[in-house]
Design a protein around this ligand. Structure first.
Ligand code: GLP
Length: 244
């Protein structure tokens, strides 16, 4: 097992600032870096910090490219709860990244397999992801790769588990409005990133964080595969860190 580099922050806000340091350093070194980006509550402090840092002249997003992890099936890009809309509202609309340099899987493709293949090709055409940002689901999912009996390789369609539907219902008017399926980068897509940055905050993630890096590598805990990635940085807050 390859151990991750671990940074423990006092708060979720501070975890966001530490993660922003990583992106700032990467973009300074490679102005056209390819970022793999994530949604959820976890990256919000990071995105706020990135916006502030570009305003302060510390980061320049004008040449950066980004590929998002996943999208709900059936939601149009301008749907209030789509991940494309989330990214526009929480990051892209506030930084200088060019719209054509941001990609999110389509939740509306009629030929899903073709959409997935093309998504992989776009990332490859950019030379692959330099730094993949991840959050952690309560069941150990990354992107929308739910617990399974194998690690799915490529971008693909998934059925969401009850636990994920339950966790994500807070963003929708009712649980019935939560899509039951999604399109997500595969575990192989994520593992192909040159560097992985996973942020885990909050006491409710402590147990699954422990299983992820200090338990067996098991497709029932999809994030545990990261134990085999050679360049993982885990940024967590004290509440989520499994040791005292
Ligand atoms: C969602 C997303 C993931 C995210 C995870 C955790 O379902 N598909 O990419 O990392 O769940 O979300 P949160 O950060 O809100 O806890």
């Amino acid at each position: 097992m390859i151990h991750p580099r671990i940074l423990v922050a006092a708060t979720a806000e501070e975890a966001g600032a530490l993660a922003a340091n990583e992106f700032e350093a990467l973009i300074a070194k490679k102005p056209a870096a390819v970022l793999g980006l994530a949604t959820g509550s976890t990256p919000l402090p990071l995105y706020r910090e990135l916006i502030a840092r570009e305003k302060a002249g510390k980061i320049d997003f004008s040449r950066v490219r980004s590929a998002n992890l996943d999208e709900y099936k059936g939601l149009a890009p301008d749907h209030e709860q789509s991940y494309r809309k989330f990214m526009q509202d929480n990051l892209f609309d506030h930084i200088s990244i060019k719209p054509e340099n941001t990609i999110v899987p389509s939740g509306l493709a009629e030929d899903v397999e073709k959409e997935c293949d093309e998504y992989e090709e776009k990332i490859e055409a950019w030379g692959g992801v330099d730094c993949q940002l991840l959050g952690l689901g309560h069941d150990g999912h990354i992107g929308f790769n739910e617990p399974e009996d194998h690690f799915p390789a490529k971008t693909h369609e998934v059925q969401l588990t009850e636990m994920t539907i339950e966790a994500n219902k807070r963003f929708f008017a009712s649980i019935d409005d939560v899509p039951r399926a999604a399109v997500t980068m595969g575990i192989g897509t994520i593992m192909a990133a040159k560097k992985v940055l996973i942020i885990v905050t909050g006491a409710d993630k402590k147990e699954i964080l422990k299983k992820t890096f200090w338990g067996p590598v098991d497709p029932q805990v999809p994030a545990s595969i990261l134990q085999f990635h050679p360049d993982v940085t885990l940024i967590c807050d004290k509440a989520a860190y499994p040791f005292d």
